[in-house]
Write a protein that binds this ligand. Structure first.
Ligand code: DAH
Length: 340
C-alpha cells in the first residue's frame, strides 16, 4: 500500500492539464465517490496497526496535493479568455457617445470665468426666499407697485409666507448681511416668475447677479467693468450703451445694451434695426439697501448688476425660442460642445 501511495504522489505532482475537462477527469479519478482515494481509505482498515499512522499521513498527503492541483488548474482556466479567431482584437473599439454641456452651463461658466479674472468670487443663495431677502431689504416697500414688476410664486410654509425668488438680487442681501466690505462677488442661480410660457418668456430662468462694495466705488467703475465684460463676451469691437432706468434697489439705475454682434451695429432683424441688444440691468446700490444689510452707507458705496443667462445664450448661439433650454431635446442639446 505504501508503494501504491508513493506512486500516486508522483502521479499527482506531475499532473498537468490543457483543458478544463482534464481537471474534472482527474478530480473524479482521485477524489470522486468511486475514486482512488475512496478505495484506499476502504483498505486502510487492513493496514497493520503499527503502520496506520504513517500510511494515514501518506493518504492525507495525496488527498491534499490532489486538491491543490485541482484548485491551481481551475483558477488558471477561469482566468484564460478563449480567443475567438474571427475577432480582430487590434481593431479600434466602438466610440462611446459623450454627453454635451447644457448651453446655460456653458454661458454661465464663461461669464464666471470672465469676472473671476478681475477678482469676482462666486456665491449662492436659496431658491425659496423670504420677503425680506427678495423684496423688503431691496427697498421694495410693502404694497409698493414695484413688487408687481415681477409676478411672484408664493409658497406656504410653517415659518410664514415664502416665495420662489424672482431674482438673484436676493443673494446680494445675504452676502452683505454676512460679509464685511470689500465685497466682489457673482451670484448665479435659477429664478421663478409667474409668466405664461412662450418663446420669449418662461416661468423659470437663470440670472447672474454681480455685486461690488468698497470705499469710493463710482459709476465710472461700473461702466468700465461692464465694458470689459461685453468685450470679453462678445468680442473686442463690442460697444455698450447705458439707458436710464428704474430699480428699487439701485440709484441711479440703468439698462445696458451691447452693439449687435450679428450686424456689428448696422441694424438687422435680430436687433430690430436698432444696432443694439439689451443684456442687463445695473446701478449704484441704493444707500437704503446698504443700511438694511448693516453696511455703513457713508463709508461704503457699490454697484450691482443682474443679467439673464438665457438671454446671453440666445444671443451667443442665435437661439430664438426660450423653451428649447428646458425641453431636454437631445437634438438641440447635442449641438453644444462635448463635455470635458
Ligand atoms: N433684479 C433685476 C431683475 O431681475 C436685475 C437687476 C437690475 C439686478 C439692476 C441688479 C441691478 O443687481 O442693479 O430684473
Amino acid at each position: 500500500m505504501r508503494e501504491r501511495l508513493n506512486e500516486l504522489l508522483v502521479e499527482v505532482e506531475s499532473f498537468t492539464a490543457k483543458k478544463p475537462e482534464q481537471v474534472e477527469e482527474f478530480r473524479i479519478k482521485m477524489l470522486g465517490s468511486k475514486g482512488v482515494l475512496k478505495e484506499l481509505f476502504a483498505d486502510f482498515k487492513n493496514v497493520p496497526n503499527e503502520h496506520k499512522k504513517e500510511v494515514g499521513q501518506l493518504i492525507n498527503q495525496v488527498k491534499e496535493q490532489a486538491q491543490l492541483k485541482i484548485d491551481e488548474f481551475k483558477a488558471l482556466f477561469e482566468n484564460i479568455i478563449t480567443v475567438d479567431n474571427t475577432i480582430d482584437l487590434t481593431k479600434p473599439g466602438f466610440p462611446t457617445t459623450v454627453g454635451s454641456r447644457h448651453p446655460i452651463s456653458l454661458v454661465k461658466n464663461e461669464i464666471i470665468e470672465i469676472f473671476s479674472r478681475i477678482g469676482f468670487t462666486v456665491s449662492e443663495g436659496p431658491e425659496i426666499e423670504d420677503d425680506w431677502h427678495n423684496f423688503s431689504a431691496l427697498n421694495f416697500p410693502p404694497e409698493h407697485p414695484a413688487r408687481d414688476m415681477q409676478d411672484t410664486f408664493f409658497v406656504e410654509s410653517e415659518s410664514g409666507e415664502m416665495a420662489l425668488r424672482t431674482h438673484t438680487s436676493s443673494v446680494q442681501v445675504r452676502i452683505m448681511e454676512n460679509t464685511k466690505p470689500p465685497i466682489r462677488t457673482l451670484s448665479p442661480g435659477r429664478v421663478y416668475r409667474n409668466e405664461a410660457i412662450s418663446a420669449r418668456a418662461h416661468c423659470f430662468f437663470h440670472q447672474i447677479e454681480g455685486l461690488y462694495i468698497a470705499e469710493n466705488v463710482s459709476f465710472a467703475d461700473l461702466k468700465q467693468t461692464l465694458l470689459y465684460f461685453a468685450k470679453e463676451m462678445f468680442g473686442e469691437q463690442t460697444e455698450i450703451r447705458l439707458r436710464p432706468s428704474y430699480f428699487p434697489f439701485t440709484e441711479p439705475s440703468a439698462e445696458v445694451d451691447v452693439s449687435c454682434s450679428v450686424c456689428g451695429g448696422k441694424g438687422c432683424n435680430v436687433c430690430k434695426y436698432s444696432g443694439f441688444l439689451e443684456i442687463l440691468g445695473c446701478g449704484m446700490v441704493d444707500p437704503n439697501v446698504l443700511e438694511n444689510c448693516g453696511i455703513d452707507s457713508k463709508k461704503y458705496s457699490g454697484f450691482a448688476f443682474g443679467m439673464g443667462v438665457e438671454r446671453i445664450a440666445m444671443l451667443k448661439y442665435k437661439i430664438n425660442d426660450l423653451r428649447l433650454f428646458s425641453e431636454g431635446d437631445v437634438r438641440f442639446l447635442s449641438q453644444f460642445k462635448a463635455a470635458q
